[in-house]
Design a protein around this ligand. Structure first.
Ligand SMILES: Nc1ncnc2c1ncn2[C@@H]1O[C@H](COP(=O)(O)OP(=O)(O)O)[C@@H](O)[C@H]1O
Ligand SMILES: [Mg+2]
Length: 578
């Protein structure tokens, strides 16, 4: 009924909740006064001593009480809004902060779609928990007690009967809650699953159309939607049923209270005014609890969402490294093993050294584990076997800012953001002037492209849809070059760029060797012929190591791969640009 953790997480909303309850309570007091005036007037009429003063007196009170009650209720509603707003802001901020703390590894633990739903829908559901349910919970206790005390002044019998009947409503709620909780958690599970599929299908729409796989996908989504519909219906039926039960309890209770009031009047225990007060106020005993019951289900939804939010907020955070003192920027992998899942290891006992100011390459066929080594270096993934050091400092002891200020990773999957070319470039170097930006574009052969459009202000659409694959990579490269760190890690960063431009860009990169450490991951061996050393990967392990000449001399995997690629390229007459 009441989630302590939720309350503690969002302390700021307390004052609004208290104000809300107080305002509702004041409105109730005004209502009691109004009812008393009406009962008083009716009694006066009954006893036949109405006169102008009585009418004026009751009329004035009624005239004052009605607008006052309206104002108080509006103010209470405003407090609801304030607490809901606070909750949304606080929780979304917490989720975002947590996400930033977890960083790139979040996908290891939570699917993206679920995260989106939790932080949008889930938080919205909590709005009603704080805005409506919590204040109502306190008010639903306060109101019957207040009314009980008021009615005690007239007669204890109906007052006690009414007060005793009120808890029957929460009892029925608790009974419903038992099985509702399981049902709701199932509801949320299916909801996020459906969201996952929807997001994936939306993003892959073009691919689905190409392979005409959209029908099969539609069918699958229909099935998921159908089971979601069923569970939603079950939730609605449960809610409707429990509302009917609550109505039955409320109105029976009120009727019983009135009956006892009338009987008391007949037995002479209570005055006519008292009896009228019982009749006029008995429904008010139950209404707050009844309102609590109806927002209870929404609140339950919110609490189910809260469980998910807390599950996310409670995700384990790795201990952050604090060392900021790497001695240089040589990178060493010591016997590193890693698997994305426990069942399958994809990198086995890799040991390699990347000396400072060198041009080092990691090559190997697709799927041999090259990018995985890059992910591990950038701490996008956590590994427990082996160790990687940067400038002699183990990665898990290294401060994150130091890492990203030392190594710039430019991969073929680098994200280009919606906005202008300038926005995307300035991300890497906020203080760079236009000249530097143009210079970076020139280095990656993208200057002409920008000049033909609106220069640095050229708009880029979502997912860089208006750029070709090659242009996207060039922009990512330009951004990376602007970042200006001692180490550059290129992971297939030019895989989609045409051979001619790639050669030019490569020259640029090689020129950086004087001052930078360059680690290039690629499957195109002709790009690494001039590398100081080449590490050859196969099936997740390092199998060869040496310079191009040395490796060609051994007639091993590298030599075979190189010859094969040369033959293929001659046959194809060069490369292409995506
Ligand atoms: N996110 C992931 N989850 C599970 N397995 C992955 C993931 N990324 C890559 N793999 C697997 O790890 C292996 C190595 O992949 P990767 O390092 O990307 O290879 P490369 O970059 O050499 O082409 C592959 O077998 C691939 O299937
Ligand atoms: Mg790769």
């Amino acid at each position: 009924m009441f989630d302590k953790r939720l309350m503690n997480e969002i302390r700021e909303s307390r004052k609004y909740i208290i104000a809300n309850v107080a305002l509702q309570w004041l409105a109730l007091c005004v209502n009691i006064l109004l009812m008393y005036t009406i009962a008083f007037l009716l009694t006066a009429v009954w006893n036949g001593f109405t006169n102008a003063y009585v009418l004026l007196f009751t009329g004035l009170i009624a005239l004052g009480a009605v607008p006052l009650r309206y104002v108080l209720t509006r103010m209470a509603a405003h407090m609801s809004f304030c607490s809901a707003r606070t909750v949304k802001k606080t929780l979304r901020q917490k989720i975002w902060d947590k996400l930033l703390r977890i960083g790139g590894t979040y996908a290891e633990q939570t699917p993206t779609a679920e995260l989106v739903q939790t932080s949008v829908e889930g938080v919205d559901q909590l709005e009603s928990y704080f805005g409506a349910y919590l204040p109502q919970l306190f008010y639903a206790v306060l109101a019957p007690v207040t009314l009980f005390i008021v009615l005690l002044f007239f007669d204890w019998r109906p007052a006690v009967v009414l007060l005793v009947c009120v808890p029957l409503i929460p009892v029925s709620i608790v009974l419903v809650r038992r099985w509702a909780k399981k049902l709701l958690s199932k509801y949320w599970g299916q909801y996020t699953e459906l969201g996952d599929s929807f997001l994936e299908n939306l993003q892959g729409m073009t691919t689905l159309k190409i392979y005409q796989a959209d029908e099969a996908r539609t069918e699958r989504m229909n099935e998921e939607a159908e089971s979601f519909r069923k569970v939603t219906m079950r939730v609605l039926i449960m809610q409707l049923n429990s509302i009917s039960v609550m109505d039955l309890v409320s109105w029976s209770g009120a009727a019983l209270g009135m009956l006892v009031g009338v009987l008391s009047f007949r037995a002479g225990h209570i005055s006519l005014t008292g009896c009228l007060m019982v009749i006029l106020l008995s429904a008010d005993f139950f209404l707050p609890m009844r309102a609590l019951g109806s927002c209870f289900h929404v609140a339950m939804n919110g609490m189910a969402a809260a469980d998910r939010i807390f599950a996310f907020l409670d995700l384990e955070e790795k201990e952050k490294g604090t060392r900021t003192d790497p001695d240089g920027c040589a990178i060493v992998y010591h016997d590193v093993s890693f698997g994305y899942s426990e069942e399958r290891e994809v990198v086995h006992h890799v040991s390699m050294e990347i000396p400072e100011h060198s041009f080092t390459a990691i090559v190997g066929e697709s799927g041999s584990g090259k990018s995985t080594l890059a992910h591990l270096l950038m701490k996008h993934r956590t590994f427990s076997e082996g160790e990687i050091t940067l400038g002699g400092v183990p990665l898990n002891e290294l401060d994150e800012h130091t890492l990203v200020n030392t190594v710039t990773c430019i991969s073929d999957r680098a994200c280009i953001f919606r906005g202008t070319i300038r926005d995307n470039l300035l991300m890497a170097a906020p203080d760079a002037d236009d000249e530097q930006l143009w210079n970076a574009l020139e280095r990656v052969c993208l200057k002409e492209f920008a000049e033909e459009r609106e220069g640095l202000d050229t708009q880029i659409l979502e997912e860089a849809k208006n750029l070709s694959g090659g242009q996207r990579q060039r922009l990512a490269l330009a951004r990376g070059l602007l970042h200006d760190t001692p180490v550059y890690l290129f992971d297939e960063a030019s895989s989609n760029i045409d051979a001619e431009s790639e050669a030019l860009i490569l020259q640029e990169i090689l020129r950086m060797k004087e001052t930078k450490t360059i680690l290039m991951i690629t499957h195109r061996l002709r790009n690494v012929v001039s590398a100081d050393q080449i590490w050859v990967m196969k099936d997740g392990a390092v199998i060869e190591h040496g310079t191009h000449e040395e490796l060609m001399g051994t007639a091993g995997v590298y030599a075979e791969l190189y010859d094969r690629q040369c033959a293929l390229e001659q046959y194809a007459g060069g490369s292409y640009e995506a």
